[in-house]
Each structure stands twice: as C-alpha cells, then as structure tokens.
Ligand binder design. Structure first.
Ligand code: SAM
Length: 179
C-alpha cells in the first residue's frame, strides 16, 4: 500500500492545497490519503472526483494525530517517509523504496511536529529549498511509482489525449469531442 499522510490541515486556509495533495496523491499512484483534521466538504469533493475518474482511492480521516498513525504503520512493517526540505536527496533514497510493500509519505502544512524527524524512517528532500507539499509530493510519488501517471483507472471517465479540445469517454459522456 502506498499512502499519503497530510498533517496540519487548517480548514479555512488549506482547503485548496489539501485538495491538491489528495488529487496528486491519487493521480501519481497512492492508494490512500489520511487526513488528521476533519473537513467534510473537502473529503466529499475528493471522493467525488475519485469516483468520477475511476480506480480505487480512499480518503481516511484519523484525528488521533501523527504518533499513533505512524506507530501503527511501522508496527505492520511499513516504511515512513517524511518530505522536508531539511532531508536527504529524494533521488538517493526513494528509488530504493520502490519494492517496499507499504510506504507512507508524510507532508506538512505549517510547521510539522518536531518529533516527526525522529519518528520517520527517512527524512527526504525534493531539493533543499522551501517550496510546496504539492510539488514535493508529485516528485516523490513519481519516483516511487514511475508508471502510475499513465495507468488506466477502472470504471471512470477516460480522457483521450487530443492536441486541441477535450475528448472524454465513458460514464455517459458520449463519444464526440465535447467543449
Ligand atoms: N516551514 C515549514 C516547516 O519548516 O516545516 C514547511 C512549510 S511547507 C509550505 C509545507 C510542506 O511542504 C512541508 O511540511 C513539506 O512536507 C513540504 N515541502 C516544502 N518544501 C519541501 C522540499 N524542499 N522538500 C520536501 N518537502 C518539502
């Protein structure tokens, strides 16, 4: 299982970024995202998008906080990767984890809890400059699952690549280009 843990979501400030964390998680090959803050509207919108576009993607809310979540993950043999600009280069660490059966990728919003650096198995940087959890997550997941972006998703809308216009097939969208 490849999963993403989103820490520190502030419902009024982070709605868009956390939504993007979820959509990037799904599009780049994670099977699940865990949110530690309840935000029903956000969960509903991500589940809606995941259903429309097919495949299996789970959104879980676990308000216990990072410690029990990480402890449970590690107890079942899973690896915890914390994305932070202070970490080791992702190009060195993540290719070695491609075969690991359970990887939890952790991203923060504001400042992350200090003990996360100790609790994680790997602190991994996507460059050592400050930028965005969305960008860091995309590159990290793409390194862990290089083929996920192109993988077809069962039972949802399918976009047919087209040089101009929008061609969408499936789920009652008709066959012709739609604008
Ligand atoms: N200033 C905060 C801190 O010191 O923890 C980080 C804020 S940053 C906008 C939010 C999240 O983006 C971080 O928790 C981290 O997961 C991710 N992030 C930002 N830059 C990164 C980088 N260069 N490499 C990996 N992750 C990064």
């Amino acid at each position: 299982l490849l999963a993403v843990l989103r820490l520190g979501h502030r419902p009024f400030r982070d709605k868009r970024v956390t939504t993007h964390v979820c959509l990037v998680a799904r599009a780049f090959g994670a099977e699940k995202v865990i949110l530690t803050t309840r935000d029903d509207a956000l969960v509903k919108s991500v589940r809606g998008a995941a259903k429309r576009f097919g495949g299996d993607f789970e959104v879980e809310v676990d308000e216990r906080g990072h410690r029990p979540i990480l402890a449970a993950w590690k107890k079942q043999g899973g690896v915890v990767v914390h994305l932070t600009m202070y970490g080791e280069p992702f190009q060195d660490v993540l290719p070695k984890l491609r075969e690991a059966s359970d990887v939890l990728v952790v991203v923060g919003a504001e400042k992350v809890p200090a003990d996360l650096y100790q609790l994680a198995d790997h602190n991994v940087a996507v460059g050592n400059q400050p930028h965005s959890e969305v960008a860091a997550l995309a590159l990290a997941l793409h390194t862990l699952r290089p083929h996920a972006l192109d993988a077809p998703r069962e039972g949802g809308l399918r976009i047919e690549p087209h040089p101009r216009g929008k061609v969408v097939r499936g789920a009652g969208q008709g066959e012709g280009p739609s604008r």
